[in-house]
Design a protein around this ligand. Structure first.
Ligand code: ITT
Length: 202
């Protein structure tokens, strides 16, 4: 039987993306006391120079864990579109430029996909969560969700590419399906459930 009186594990999430933090809190629930980089104002911006989600998640998690006593995770995630050779991939946040916002990234994706028919617009979201402590990477957990890219945005929920992404087996976008449905099947949900099941929590 779960010990409902066990204290929550404090967990710093090395991110500046408020949408990610909201999803991470909702997915992990009360077992974890989640804080974000607002509690670590001295951490300089970490350059995401890696070629893979795991490399970038490691850079973000290890950097924060050198300044913070305790468990630290970082989430690196993005959208891989098959017709575009896996782009935007690790560049998902910066697809339309270094300071691009979600609308500009979505516009560019739609333009690049114009030549492709609906059945050619297959894609997946991928998320890698890296757990670190005292400057050392301890483990990595990943999740994916398969789907397709619409011809125009639909829905107002979520963030990033959610208005364009319809998960396999559904007819509505992540932005239309709502956070509970999204979190139950998302790349981030799968990776975080694997993190919660990690056998090192004690
Ligand atoms: P941090 O590095 O501070 O965590 P970031 O937004 O820069 O924040 P990433 O480098 O991991 O994070 O880029 C993730 C981008 O991928 C994000 O900005 C979205 O464009 C896209 N993305 C990731 N997960 C998504 C999701 O669940 N729904 C929609 N878009 C998502």
């Amino acid at each position: 039987m779960p010990d409902t009186d066990a204290p929550a594990n404090p967990l710093l999430v090395s991110t500046r993306n408020a949408h990610k933090i909201g999803e991470i809190r909702a997915i992990l629930g009360p077992r974890f006391l989640v804080s974000d980089l607002a509690s670590l104002p001295d951490l300089p911006e970490v350059e995401e120079t890696g070629d893979t989600f795991e490399e970038n998640a490691t850079l973000k998690a290890v950097a924060a864990s050198m300044l913070f006593e305790g468990w630290v995770i970082a989430d690196d995630s993005g959208l891989e579109v098959d017709a575009l050779g896996g782009a935007p991939g690790v560049l998902s946040a910066r697809y339309a430029g270094e300071k691009a916002n979600d609308a500009a990234n979505n516009d560019l994706l739609l333009r690049n996909l114009l030549p492709f028919r609906a059945e050619e617009r297959t894609a997946r979201f991928r998320c890698v969560i890296v757990l670190a402590r005292n400057g050392r990477k301890l483990a990595a957990f990943s999740g994916t969700v398969e789907g397709g890219i619409l011809g125009r945005p639909r829905g107002a929920g979520g963030f990033g590419y959610d208005p364009l992404f319809v998960p396999l087996g559904h007819s509505e976008s992540f932005a239309q399906l709502g956070s509970d449905v999204k979190n139950g099947m998302s790349h981030r949900g799968s990776a975080l459930r694997a993190l919660a099941a990690w056998n090192g929590w004690g």
